[in-house]
Design a protein around this ligand. Structure first.
Ligand SMILES: [Fe+2]
Length: 261
């Protein structure tokens, strides 16, 4: 079984997670090729907004596209922003990442590439849908087996699943053309267990929320550039960067909201 990162929440009756996603850090300071946005500056502003919240998170999850182009200098710049955080920061690869390079460079200080976080009364699973040479995502048979075995091992403990690509269409044709190849296969696995209490992802650079069988399925704004919901083709949304707060409550209830800077 994969080693779980044990996290001791400050209040076990209200575990507090912050999700940041699609940080797209570049190798050099200043404006980037991504719509001219200084992605390190917008991430720093998002982290300031996280710190300005009334309560600090027990854990931060970063759900992919950590860097814009996977080179060590970009990961080093990201690590410098995250390694001294006052709670664990757990990273998952997106289509812009190199998972091997990410795992080599993003395990220092508060930062890790842990796959399982055990909060006692909740578990969080980080599922890797990275597909070599593609903007799309796909779960390998091994990853689906990992999901099944960890959901089985969790027993009655509620589980939040984090991934990079949207497992269901979000209603934006260009974005849904680069979604998850085998979302239904993931849902087949999760449907076999009654402990999955939510799914949260990045990739779509916009807020999204639906319920499926009473379970919230949630997409989260990027910490940099936003994409316009419902658009047929690539379109930037002028909305501000943001993050998601998730409160994991006893019995599997989940409260969440998006905060924009
Ligand atoms: Fe992205």
């Amino acid at each position: 079984m994969t080693h779980a990162l044990r996290v001791h929440p400050r209040d076990p009756a209200r575990i507090r997670l912050v999700q940041i996603t699609d940080t797209h850090i570049a190798c050099d300071p200043g404006p980037t090729v991504f719509e001219g946005v200084d992605t390190a500056a917008t991430l720093a502003a998002v982290l300031d907004a996280v710190d300005a919240q009334p309560e600090r998170p027990d854990c931060v999850v970063l759900t992919g596209d950590l860097v814009d182009i996977p080179i060590p200098e970009a990961y080093a710049r990201l690590l410098a922003l995250l390694r001294d955080r006052n709670c664990p920061v757990v990273c998952l690869a997106g289509n812009h990442d190199d998972p091997v390079m990410m795992a080599r460079l993003m395990n220092a200080g508060a930062v890790s590439t842990s796959r399982i976080m055990d909060f006692g009364s909740w578990r969080v699973l980080m599922l890797n849908d990275w597909l070599a040479g593609s903007d799309r995502g796909r779960f390998s048979p091994e990853e689906l087996a990992f999901a099944g075995s960890e959901l089985s091992a969790a027993g009655e403990t509620p589980v939040l699943i984090c991934l990079h690509h949207q497992p269901v269409p979000v209603g934006s044709p260009w974005m849904d053309a680069m979604g998850l190849d085998n979302g239904p296969e993931l849902l087949n696995v999760t449907d076999a267990y009654n402990n999955v209490r939510g799914m949260v992802w990045g990739h779509i650079h916009q807020e999204f929320s639906m319920e499926r069988n009473g379970i919230p399925l949630l997409g989260t704004p990027s910490t940099c550039v936003q994409f316009a919901p419902g658009s047929g083709e690539y379109a930037v949304d002028p909305l501000a960067p943001g993050f998601r707060v998730l409160e994991l409550l006893p019995g599997g209830a989940l409260c969440t909201r998006v905060v924009r800077i």
